[in-house]
Design a protein around this ligand. Structure first.
Ligand code: SF4
Length: 88
């Protein structure tokens, strides 16, 4: 069953007093538990407006389903099918 909360899980980030002294990524990324919780928010819309609105056509619901199943490697591979630079 989908997580119907309208509130996104905030992305953990470096503290400003730490990040102003390094060149590391500011965003620290979700834990697996956080990612799986966010994946539960996908409603599996019939027409997948996320895919048609994605400039590189990432099959987002399939990616999210893999996250939901805990398959991080599979989810990464799914993004890479249509996007060589997913962080961009
Ligand atoms: S990610 Fe796509 S399929 Fe899932 S809720 Fe958003 S628009 Fe719908």
């Amino acid at each position: 069953m989908a997580n119907m909360t309208p509130n996104k899980c905030p992305m953990p980030v470096q503290d400003p007093d730490v990040r102003n002294k390094n060149f590391e990524e500011v965003a620290l990324g979700y834990t697996m538990e956080m990612a799986m919780g966010e994946a539960e928010r996908c409603l599996n819309c019939k027409n997948s407006p996320c895919v048609s609105g994605c400039p590189v056509g990432v099959r987002i619901p399939e990616f999210i389903s893999l996250i939901k199943a805990g398959d991080i490697e599979g989810a990464y591979a799914k993004i890479k099918e249509t996007n060589a630079l997913p962080a961009v």
